[in-house]
Write a protein that binds this ligand. Structure first.
Ligand code: HEC
Ligand code: HEC
Length: 366
């Protein structure tokens, strides 16, 4: 009797293992029973847009994008499963969080304002406000281990993903892995990057009228446009178009736009680009962000100090501080009250409600 009792669990174990071997998505491993047949995905270039640089070792596929979308919205990527990328990058706020400074796991506050991710695949002068990350693939590794953001360790995230039957299947279908152990942070970052490259916004009134020429602006919008891009001899230059230009509405350059007055540039509370390059004249410089969808992305600037576009205009019109590396285009701005309203009216043309509602960008868990 004793013997039978001991043998029973042993036999059970042997049977269980046998079953595991035959089950393609078993705990331990072999995923080769699932078909690997990824469907290539190509981005249709919107009118007026340039070509997006896509790394040859991470070409887009339907399966990779879908996996990236799940990862982007899945809180298991954070330490206590409370925060996903999508918690700070919300579609309805143009993929920002509508807060001056982002809040991470356990309510810890970061130091900067979340950035919009629309058209992020086109940013090729460095990511983040200070440009410290060169590619989306590298960038995606950061928030997970940042103690002020998701505060998790990559080996734990890898283990959590390996435990999930759904993710094992999705990684197999996207990247052809044959064993769950091949689920790595590098592949997760690749999938996240693929998804983010599809987050396009190209259907604003600005696109319709100025890039696709499918209609006409109002007189007020046109006056705003002329001042923004300095295209009329009769109206003053609002200077915006020197930095926020092109189809992205930014040249992605780094500038000091005069928000704080400091004697020594190294005294900026946030050194910005200076911390990355160590160059004295880079302190206090930040990447000029795209102005697309700014109607949804308040508050503004790297520290979210301005609540409204009217406050931003006040800054550029008469609050710019004259510091050593202030961009020369920002010295004088002579706009009347009504001209200021005209520029604001033009800025409203940059909002794209269709991107804010595009179901392909939304949370798949909802
Ligand atoms: C706690 C809030 C928070 C979470 C969670 C978060 N981000 Fe961010 N994200 C930010 C902030 C803040 C910045 C700007 C940081 C900086 O400049 O130092 C940023 C910047 C970025 C940028 C740079 C955009 C640009 O224009 O340069 C990308 C891309 C990005 N995040 C993607 C992600 C991805 C992918 C995840 C999940 C793996 C994620 N974020 C999770 C807050 C967050
Ligand atoms: C010399 C280049 C330059 C010019 C000219 C300029 N900007 Fe900017 N702009 C920047 C930089 C750099 C930032 C980011 C600064 C920061 O966060 O510290 C910025 C930030 C902004 C933001 C915040 C966007 C966000 O996502 O937080 C808005 C809105 C804006 N600018 C609008 C304008 C308008 C409107 C004009 C014209 C009246 C203008 N800018 C002129 C360089 C410029």
């Amino acid at each position: 009797m004793q013997r039978v009792l001991i043998l029973f669990p042993v036999i059970f174990l042997i049977l269980a293992c046998k079953k595991d071997k035959m089950d393609p998505v078993c705990n331990d491993c072999d995923l080769t029973g699932i078909a690997y047949n990824p469907t290539p995905y190509s981005i249709t270039r919107p009118v007026g847009f340039g070509e997006m640089d896509i790394p040859s070792d991470n070409l887009l596929t339907e399966e990779g994008i879908e996996l990236g979308r799940f990862l982007f919205y899945d809180p298991i990527l954070s330490k206590d499963s409370t925060i996903s990328c999508g918690s700070c990058h919300l579609q309805e706020h143009g993929f920002t969080d509508a807060k001056p400074i982002s809040i991470g796991v356990n309510g810890s506050t970061g130091t900067r304002s979340a950035m919009s991710l629309f058209n992020v695949g086109y940013y090729n002068t460095g990511l983040f406000w200070d440009g410290r990350s060169s590619t989306l693939e590298k960038q995606a590794l950061e928030p997970i281990e940042n103690p002020l953001e998701m505060h998790e360790m990559w080996p734990n995230v890898e283990a959590k993903l390996q435990r999930s039957k759904t993710y094992r299947e999705m990684f197999r279908k996207a990247f052809g892995i044959s064993n769950k152990k091949e689920i790595t942070k590098e592949l997760a970052a690749k999938a996240l990057s693929q998804f983010q490259r599809t987050l396009l916004s190209y259907n604003s009134r600005y696109d319709e009228i100025f890039l696709r020429q499918e209609g006409f602006p109002t007189e007020q919008e046109l006056r705003g446009y002329d001042m923004y891009f300095n295209t009329s001899l009769d109206l003053p230059d609002a200077q915006c178009g020197h930095c926020h230009n092109g189809f992205l509405l930014t040249n992605n350059g780094y500038f000091n736009n005069g928000m704080d007055s400091v004697g020594n540039l190294m005294n900026y509370p946030d050194p910005g680009k200076g911390k990355i390059t160590g160059q004295y004249f880079d302190y206090g410089k930040f990447r000029a962000p795209s102005l697309r969808n700014i109607g949804y992305t308040a508050p503004y600037m790297h520290d979210g100090r301005f609540k409204t576009i009217a406050e931003v205009m006040d800054h550029y019109i008469d609050h710019v501080k004259n510091v050593a590396n202030l961009d020369p285009n920002l010295a004088i701005l002579n706009l009347t009250q009504s001209q200021r309203e005209d520029v604001i009216e033009f800025l409203k043309m940059l909002d794209d409600p269709s991107a804010i509602k595009n179901p392909k960008y939304s949370n798949p868990f909802k």
